[in-house]
Design a protein around this ligand. Structure first.
Ligand code: ATP
Ligand code: MG
Length: 425
């Protein structure tokens, strides 16, 4: 027998049992975004490779070893997007919607990174990202954090995520800090691992978020980025902290939080959880005031974040199992006998006209009443509508409550009204 072809490692199928929960979560997320006046932008999954190199930085995990890059048939180097900000900025410049304007945008969709698959880490995963352009104050940074905090409350996970905050200052401040950090690391080369040694000169800040415990211990004595901040960044950060405190959002300042991508400046933040093992960052972002100009647009302040939807779904499942998918089917329409299938289809259409929100499924594939009732149970319906030859002849329908077993025969005309009332039961 031929060997089955399987999905690519780290790229998941999401079957109906899962997508129902995903949809419910996505609906909650979108509802909140709408309530803050954010608009959706839809972007291609493939971009020219140089876009990511320029936006994310050559010496980052993502660009160095995680991108899916290939030559297309014209010989152009293309990459599957590893994140959404670069494409969003590219599109914003290309369509002239950033210069001298304010934009509050969000997108949602698959991202691709060639990483080692494990719980909460996949090769195709999904992000919901928010990007705001044209606003430079700490107030908008605070709003993005308030918006995400509202998500956690809606999803019942607020007790299980914590906010970490840092400022990485201006480019110049970072350059001064970089020199101090390199000088420190040079004195302790023997305690650095291979990755850190390689990064020491190309991207020394990345040493700060090394996962190596020995390196982390060494860093307790390293110079602290906070001491090198420029005055404006320091002020921005203090104001952000005040706004969050006044809004009742607790946070921890984590001076080692620098984020994996090069493009950030000033505010960086992460929402982390201890409930998912080592893949603990659910949502991460910050300010990236230099990127629009770096990609060829007019200088435009920008701030945003991206949330990993797989991690969010895992978290909701583990800490708030009450947040389940809404029932797929409320009413199951059963029919048996000559001419009843056609009557059932017509009844179903009439009901959908009258009650567009009703989740109604019609039995197909025949079967006796017993079999059809079993299917109604399998789909989780609470009410069965039953049409036999007698009912069709007399213009009636039997309505059966599947949990109590109670059943009543209605004329078709009374049915609509009755169903409208029962829906709320
Ligand atoms: P990590 O340190 O976990 O690798 P990152 O810094 O690479 O995260 P970002 O690029 O900031 O992550 O992406 C934002 C969010 O997207 C992460 O906080 C996480 O929730 C999610 N994410 C990133 N990479 C993956 C992945 N490979 N699989 C699933 N989710 C991911
Ligand atoms: Mg990563």
């Amino acid at each position: 027998m031929a060997k089955n072809i399987q999905a690519i490692r780290g790229m998941n199928d999401y079957l109906p049992a899962e997508t129902a929960l995903w949809q419910r979560i996505e609906d909650s997320l979108k509802k909140v975004l709408r309530s803050y006046g954010y608009s959706e932008i839809r972007l291609p999954i493939v971009e020219q490779t140089p876009l990511f190199k320029r936006a994310i930085g050559e010496v980052t995990d993502v660009v160095e070893k995680e991108m899916y890059t290939f030559d297309d048939r014209n010989g152009d180097s293309l990459s599957l997007r590893p994140e959404g900000t670069a494409g969003c900025v590219r599109a914003g410049i290309e369509h002239g919607i950033l210069y001298n304007q304010e934009q509050r945008l969000w997108y949602m969709g698959p991202m691709f990174r060639h990483e080692r698959p494990q719980k909460g880490r996949y090769r195709q995963f999904h992000q919901l990202g928010c990007e705001v352009f044209g606003l430079q104050g700490p107030d908008i940074d605070a709003e993005l954090i308030l918006l995400s905090a509202r998500w956690w409350r809606e999803l019942g996970i607020a007790e299980h995520v914590a906010l970490e905050l840092n400022s990485i200052g201006s480019l110049e401040a970072r350059a001064r800090y970089r020199d101090a950090l390199i000088a420190f690391l040079e004195q302790h080369k023997d305690q650095l691992d291979e990755d850190c040694l390689r990064r020491m000169y190309t991207n020394p800040l990345r040493v700060l978020d090394s996962k190596n415990a020995q390196v982390q211990a060494l860093l307790n004595d390293a110079p602290v980025l906070t001491d090198y901040l420029d005055d404006e960044s320091r002020q921005h950060f203090e104001q952000l902290g005040e706004l969050l405190t006044q809004a009742g959002i607790p946070f921890t300042v984590n001076p080692r939080l620098v984020r994996g991508l090069d493009y950030y400046n000033r505010t960086v933040f992460e929402w982390v959880t201890t409930s998912l093992g080592s893949q603990g960052t659910v949502c991460a972002g910050g300010r990236y005031d230099g990127m629009v100009e770096q990609l060829g647009g007019h200088a435009t302040p920008a701030v945003g974040f991206a949330m990993g939807l797989e991690r969010l779904v895992l978290l909701v499942q583990s800490v708030n199992p009450d947040f389940t998918a809404l029932p797929g089917v409320e009413v199951y329409l059963i029919s048996s006998g000559v001419g009843t299938q056609s009557a059932a289809m017509q009844l179903a259409e009439t009901l959908r006209d009258a009650l567009p929100e009703l989740k109604l499924m019609t039995n197909y594939g025949g079967g006796n009443f017993k079999k059809q009732f079993a299917r109604a149970d399998k789909w989780g319906a609470r009410i069965a509508l039953v049409l036999g030859e007698n009912e069709v002849a007399s213009g009636q329908v039997v309505v059966k409550n599947l949990s109590s077993g109670e059943q009543v025969t209605y004329s078709m005309s009374v049915l609509l009204h009755s169903l409208a009332c029962k829906k709320g039961v």
